[in-house]
Structures are given as C-alpha cells and as structure tokens.
Write a protein that binds this ligand. Structure first.
Ligand code: PGA
Length: 252
C-alpha cells in the first residue's frame, strides 16, 4: 500500500524569517497530517533548508529544489548530494519544468542527479511533463516516455522503488488550468506502466504525484485516483491556511 504524500515546492519564495513563521504556524497541522497516515514534504530554497529542517517534525520530508551530480569540484553555484546528506535532508526535486526551461536541465542530466542522490541514500523527486504545444499536438505520451526512459536509465528495481515521480503538465503549472483528473490519472498510470516495463518489481511501490494548480478545492479528487499517490503543490503550499486546508481535504 503506497502512503499518500503532499509536497510543497516553494520555488524562489520565502525569506528565512518567513520560513520560520510558516513552520511555527504549521506545527499543529503537520502533526495532524503525520498522525493520520499522510506523508508531508517541503522544498524551500537552499537558504531556508537548515531553518526548515530544524523546525520540522522529524517525519517530515525535506527536499532541496536541485542538486549537482558530482561530489565536489569547480562548479560555481552548485551543491552536491554529500552536502545535502550532511544536513540530513530527505532528497531533492530533480527536473522541474522551470529548471528544464531556464537551466537546460535535460532528462539525461537528471539521470546523473538521480543516480547520485540514490547512491547517497537520498530520495529523487523526479518531475516530468509536456508543454501546452506538445499536449495540443497529442504528444504527451511520447514526451513522458522519453523523460521516463532517459531519467531512469541504468538503475535497478531496488533503487527505483525509492524514487518519487511527479507528473506536472507545464500548461497547468501556476496557470490555474489544472489537468482534469482523467488526464492526470491516465498519464500517471502510463508512467507506472512504463516503469513496470523497465523495472517490474518497482512499479507497484513507486509513488507518483500529480502537480499543476493543485488547490484545496481540487486536491482530493486527484488523490482518489488509483495511480496518483499525492500532489506536488506550488502556490497553494505557501500559506499555512491553504496548506492546512489541503491537509484537511485529504484526511477529513
Ligand atoms: P503550482 O506549481 O501548484 O503553483 O501550479 C506546481 C509546481 O510547479 O510544482
């Protein structure tokens, strides 16, 4: 049985002070979620990682938003998995569409990062998704298949089980145009089927999230789908009010 998971991706939002007050205000709702069989995760900026980790319940997953695949060296502005491990992080988001678009993060580069995270016992939260143009042209499945095959190449079943995949159609991110539950479920099922073709023993265990304009009023409908194990949420994860409404929508 895959445990449901709600992850907030804060992107380039919140100062350390704002992060502190979110964590203070959120203590009750975090405890409520974690004692009601709902996993929680947050991915703040690098500057807030230690603050968040120090103020989070120990069961909460704490993710970076990106990581480098090398151990150390001349990579100005980068941080390695070993460094994340040292501050007891859970893992890192990899391949978010904003990084694919602005920072040339390809699926093959994501694959190197996923391998490095797994070698350090950290969880990769690997994002895939198609553009609006690709969606309109009926290319969704082709695009996703390539992202899955390249991103997950040369691993093994045991490692792949630990990965979390997020399906985030780019046209739905931050736009208010969330994908229908039917589209989201169909693509998440397709992802699970593709994983099964390559890593048969991992397919039933791997958690697959939907992301893209998830809000308190629509989150439940996604999590009721058979192949959707949680949500990756941007905008609605920034305020404790809406974060808490999402937790209640999933539990109550
Ligand atoms: P959104 O962002 O919930 O604001 O659409 C989702 C994401 O980019 O992970």
């Amino acid at each position: 049985m895959r445990k449901k998971l709600l992850v907030g991706n804060w992107k380039m939002n919140k100062t350390i002070k704002e992060c502190e007050s979110f964590m203070q205000d959120g203590q009750k709702i975090f405890a409520y979620a974690l004692t009601h069989n709902l996993d929680l995760g947050l991915a703040p900026t690098y500057l807030c990682l230690s603050t968040l980790k120090n103020n989070a319940p120990k069961e909460m997953l704490v993710f970076a938003q990106n990581v480098h695949y090398e151990t150390n060296g001349a990579y100005t502005g980068e941080v390695s998995c070993e460094m994340l491990k040292e501050i007891y992080l859970s893992g890192s988001i990899i391949g978010h569409s904003e990084r694919r678009t602005y920072d040339n993060e390809t699926s093959l580069k994501c694959n190197l990062k996923i391998k490095s995270l797994l070698n350090n016992d950290l969880i990769p939260l690997y994002c895939v998704g198609e553009t609006e143009k690709e969606f309109d042209e009926g290319l969704t499945y082709k695009v996703i298949e390539k992202q899955i095959k390249e991103g997950l190449q040369e691993l093994n079943d045991d490692k792949v089980k630990k990965i979390i995949i997020a399906y985030e159609p780019i046209w739905s991110i931050g736009t208010g145009k969330n994908a229908s539950t039917e589209i989201a479920e169909n693509v998440c099922k397709f992802i699970r089927d593709k994983v099964r073709e390559i890593y048969p023993l991992a397919a039933e265990e791997i958690r697959i999230l939907y992301g893209g304009s998830v809000k308190p009023n629509n989150i439940k409908s996604y999590l009721l789908q058979k192949d959707i194990d949680g949500a990756l949420v941007g905008g609605a994860s920034l305020k404790t009010d809406s974060f808490s409404q999402m937790v209640h929508a999933l539990i109550d």
